[in-house]
Structure formats: C-alpha cells, structure tokens
Write a protein that binds this ligand. Structure first.
Ligand SMILES: Nc1ncnc2c1ncn2[C@@H]1O[C@H](COP(=O)(O)OP(=O)(O)O)[C@@H](O)[C@H]1O
Ligand SMILES: [Mg+2]
Length: 235
C-alpha cells in the first residue's frame, strides 16, 4: 500500500527551479533511500514533503489525502517528521529538553517517549541533562533522530544522518533503523554514501539536477547503472 506519494512535484527558490516533476512513492513499512550528488535536490524534496517549501495542491498525497497545500505544522501533526540536515539542535537546551520539543503539536499515538528513545540510544539517558553542545556529533545526531521520533511519526525523513561522522558512529546510528521500522514507521533516508544506502534500503531512488534518474531494489542495481544515474551517462 502506498502511504506517501508525490506527483509531478516542482519546487522553486525564487526564480530558481530545484525540482522538475518528481514522482516518488513510499510504501507503508518501506525504507527508501534517496541518493545523488550535492545539489541534486534531495533536501528540497524532503522539505517539500514536510511543507517547509510550498507545493501546489495535488502534488503530494499522504494516506489518501491531498496534503500539498498544508503548512509544516499541519503535516507534522499528520505524522511526517524530519531529521534535518545538520541536526539543528537548540544549543542552550539539554538533551531532554531538545527531545521534548518533538512532542509539541503531536497528535499521533505510538510507542515513542523519553524512555523508549533512551532505550534506543542509551548514551542519551546518561547525558540527558547535558546541553546539546556538550555532545559529540554522533550523539547530537541521535538527539535529532530521537526528537523526530518523539512525534510518533508514521513517516520519518532523515537528511544525511551519516554526514561527517566516523564509520563506527554511523554503524551505531544505522543500527537504530530496524527498531524504528519495527514500530511501523516508514522511512526515507537521504544518503550520499551509496554503500550505506544499498545496505539499509528496500528500494533506492537516485536524483540528479532536480529529477529522478533511477529507481530500483538494491539487488537489481549495478554499480555502472548507479554511476550513470548519479553523474549522468558517460559519452
Ligand atoms: N535556500 C536556497 N536558496 C536558493 N537555492 C537553493 C536553496 N537551497 C538549495 N538551493 C539550490 O537548489 C538545488 C538543490 O539543492 P538541495 O536540495 O539542497 O540539494 P541536495 O540536498 O541534493 O544536495 C541546488 O542547486 C541548490 O543550490
Ligand atoms: Mg541536502
């Protein structure tokens, strides 16, 4: 069953067009990876889906309803949460206060609470009274993911959660994904690390210059095909 879809989605920053007719689907319970070079439009696509960039009516559907014209808070209340690029914690707030921000406006029911987020990332329980700035990059990323989970999302959008982190930390962070899926949450991960994307995803989409250039299951995608979709076909 398709939970979330975009239909001919376009996006603009002023006069600059960043998305050109993107058709994307996300199934219930599915983990989808979006790969693509810097500037391909991956973040813009996620921002459009969660209402941070206006989309026209009819372009985004969630659980059978047209959500294209809704505001970001309205979309969040329906159960779409984003882990933004660069984590964006409130530096003066503690870990726990940052996590609690994720519950504001929450309307969806689910299993996520402070205690289940601390079970998922035990180091955050130890550090719960520390300010966000006192954490390592990996711990900050865990807070950003936990904050999004606190809204009990049905769809979790993760924008480059491995960027700038050491491989051992990336492994810890991605180890949380199966437990997030077990709760029934569908996930989109934007990932520049193609190997990581292929390991975690049920399906992969590649973007280039505001368009989807490839779509398939990891088993079906060869390195050569991915290379062409990522950088453009070799001539
Ligand atoms: N706030 C913005 N203002 C103007 N142009 C932007 C803005 N954010 C992104 N862009 C442009 O939109 C295109 C897509 O960017 P983005 O979605 O951030 O790509 P990605 O996440 O794949 O690296 C790029 O050409 C980028 O320069
Ligand atoms: Mg980006």
């Amino acid at each position: 069953m398709t939970l979330l879809s975009t239909h001919g989605l376009t996006a603009f920053y002023g006069d600059f067009q960043a998305l050109f007719g993107v058709d994307l689907t996300l199934g219930a319970g599915e983990t989808l990876a979006i790969i693509g070079a810097n500037g391909a439009g991956k973040s813009t696509l996620l921002r459009s889906v969660c209402g941070l960039i206006p989309a026209a009516s009819g372009m985004i559907r969630f659980d059978g309803a047209d959500v294209g014209a809704l505001s970001a808070p309205e979309i969040m209340a329906l159960g779409i949460a984003m882990v933004p690029e660069g984590r964006r914690l409130f530096p003066s707030l503690s870990v726990e206060e940052n996590l609690l921000i994720g519950t504001y406006g929450r309307k969806t029911q689910g299993t996520w609470s402070l205690s289940t987020v601390y079970d998922l990332f035990p180091v955050l329980r130890e550090r719960r009274h520390n300010p966000g700035t006192a954490l390592s990059g990996g711990q900050q990323q865990m807070v950003a993911i936990g904050r999004a989970l606190m809204s009990n999302p049905r769809v979790l959008l993760c924008d480059e959660i491995s960027l700038g982190l050491a491989p051992v930390v990336i492994k810890d962070i991605y180890a949380a994904l199966p437990r997030i899926k077990e709760g029934g949450t569908s996930v989109i991960v934007v990932e520049q690390d193609i190997g990581q994307a292929l390991r975690v995803a049920d399906r992969v989409v590649c973007m280039m210059e505001g368009r989807i250039t490839l779509e398939g299951t990891p088993a079906r995608l060869t390195r050569a095909v991915i290379h062409d979709a990522y950088f453009g076909a070799r001539v």
